[in-house]
Design a protein. Structure first.
Length: 541
């Protein structure tokens, strides 16, 4: 199977894209209505967050039926219409597969609870819990009915981890993927897929700051090879990405190197933890540029050397908006948005755009905790209060870190609810929608810059295929890298600060061609002054 390295992915959180039924919740018909907009942007693949039946405790990542559509979002006929219409626009779909855990409302869990031993072996049941911590707070084990046993839930208590050691579980999971393949789906995003392979004997994990015990186990690679062979590996074309929690370069090379027959590419999150104090998410700290630059270089070079492949992204449905984290957004929203875009779209890997990023959307700036709905934020707020924070301090942290920051309704125009819905949306629209919306931004500098980056990746093989090499490693302001292919070179300079930076340009590059910049640049000299958040890419043939 091969995937196309020129392609760019656009992520849609269906619940928040476009509501056509007037119930305040986005739906599949809403996405269909926006396909021409996406075609204009130029993207190739749409990753859809889960739209399967689910009690929505974790917004659909708690799946209660893997092969149906949640009526909240529409019907199977709507899905088929979406897939067909997208194809007409040259766009493929990528579905989100949550195979590590299912909702406790799934019939497997219900049958297990009712005492059926066949289904009890679908879950991870133990007589005594380990000290593992749930990603959403508290211990990761909960009593399994009144059996005296405990079931594992690495996420919410209603998300029970599945036992991949059981061949029946694997069979069921392969069937799920094949069900969607039979509907013509060629792209898959596998949720926390490096957590599926649990050891037979589960050990305590007192050092939680490091890599948790249950991550990247050797058997995980075996399961991915089996999944590949039993499903998507049989397709000629497609795009398969795995989301990796707390991972490392050697494992990611193995997951994504074509010779392993596991996945096409991997997401890692290290670069989105450079504003965590001591590795802890619920803290406030300005981002550490040194750490960010070093991570990008180490991963870029490591994946390049091992022939692995990364999914490149700044935003997703679990992250606050990158503009609020990495940019002086009050003064340089446009420059910051375009620089961040170039820093990944010209790099080695497949770029992902999260809905609204292409118009420079920012965090909603809610005034009260009552506006937040995410289970993780609500739990974290309680834990912050229990740890002695005042309600103002706790709210300030939630405002900066909540996953709801990215899940607010897509901002289409300046009308009420941002043109997302005629009803009160399930999550309030961000404060800035009257100014930042598709109607005003579509001909503006951010959207058109994204169009240009997407076009360039299709035109220049060096962007899609070239190797990655760190450049200007000593710079404390500029993240720079070089791409190389068949003797051609591409230098990309990204100023991550709100101030001018002087740089010495190597003699040979002064004779290069300016490929793209977010400022007007007409000439190159051996001394360059990069403006605030300037990006500048130079090709040398
Ligand atoms: O997220 C996995 C996860 O743990 C992420 O929160 C990631 O580690 C984090 O962003 C790094 O800071 C996936 C889904 O994307 C998320 O929405 C689900 O809640 C979760 O799995 C459980 O299915």
């Amino acid at each position: 199977m091969t995937f196309d390295k020129r392609q760019v992915v656009y992520q849609i959180y269906p619940k928040s894209y476009k509501d056509t039924t007037g119930n305040g919740i986005g739906d599949l018909q809403g996405i269909i209505s926006k396909l021409p907009y996406l075609a204009e942007l130029g993207i190739d693949v749409i990753w859809l967050n889960p739209f399967y039946p689910s009690p929505q405790r974790d917004n659909g990542y708690d799946v209660s039926d893997y092969t149906a559509i949640n009526p909240l979002f529409g019907t199977m006929a709507d899905f088929e219409e979406l897939a067909q219409t997208a194809k007409k626009h040259g766009i493929e779909l990528m579905l989100d597969m949550v195979l590590n855990h299912c909702s406790t409302e799934h019939e497997w869990f219900q049958k297990a609870l009712a005492g059926d031993p066949f289904y009890q072996d679908f879950f991870i049941l133990r007589d005594a819990p380990t000290d593992w911590v749930s990603k959403f707070g508290g211990n990761a084990w909960a009593p399994f009915g009144d059996t005296g046993k405990y079931y594992l839930h690495l996420f919410d208590i209603t998300q029970a981890d599945l036992n991949w050691r059981n061949p029946h579980v694997r069979e069921e999971m392969f069937k799920v993927v094949n069900f969607w393949r039979d509907k013509g789906v060629k792209g898959f995003r596998f949720d926390v897929i490096n957590l599926i392979g649990k050891d037979e004997v589960l050990k305590d994990n007192p050092n939680f700051d490091g890599k948790p015990e249950y991550t990247d186990r050797p058997i995980n690679h075996d399961y991915l090879k089996m999944l590949n062979a039993a499903s998507f590996g049989q397709d000629e074309k497609g795009m398969i990405v795995g989301e990796m929690s707390f991972t490392d370069i050697p494992n990611c090379v193995q997951y994504s190197n074509p010779d392993s027959h596991e996945l096409d590419m991997v997401f890692n999150f290290h670069h989105l933890k450079v504003d965590y104090e001591n590795g802890q998410k619920w803290t406030l700290k300005p981002f550490d540029f040194e750490e960010l630059k070093t991570l990008f270089h180490t991963w870029g070079e490591g994946m390049s050397a091992g022939n692995g492949w990364s999914a490149l992204f700044w935003n997703n449905h679990d992250q606050p908006r990158a503009l609020n984290r990495f940019v002086d957004v009050k003064n340089f929203r446009t420059e910051g948005a375009t620089m961040l875009a170039a820093s990944i779209h010209l790099s080695r890997g497949t770029p992902y755009i999260y809905m609204g990023e292409e118009i420079g959307m920012i965090d909603p700036d809610y005034d009260t905790m009552a506006d937040y709905v995410d289970v993780e934020s609500i739990n974290a707020y309680q834990e912050l209060l229990e740890a002695g924070k005042t309600s103002e301090e706790a709210l300030a942290i939630i405002k900066a870190k909540s996953r709801d920051n990215s899940r607010t309704p897509m901002q289409w125009d300046a009308s009420e609810n941002a043109g997302f819905s005629t009803a009160t949306p399930w999550l309030k629209a961000g404060k800035t929608y009257a100014a930042i919306n598709v109607a005003t931004e579509k001909t503006g500098p951010i959207f058109t810059f994204y169009q240009e980056l997407i076009r360039l990746r299709k035109e220049l093989p060096i962007i899609a295929e070239g190797d990655y090499k760190a450049a200007y490693q000593d710079s404390d302001k500029v993240y720079a890298f070089e791409r190389q292919l068949d003797g051609q070179r591409l230098l990309v300079l990204n100023n991550f600060f709100a101030e001018e930076v002087e740089m010495a340009l190597a003699e040979e590059f002064t004779k290069g061609q300016i490929l793209i910049s977010n400022y007007d640049v007409t000439a190159l000299a051996d001394t360059l002054i990069l403006k605030p958040y300037q990006t500048l890419a130079i090709v040398l043939n």
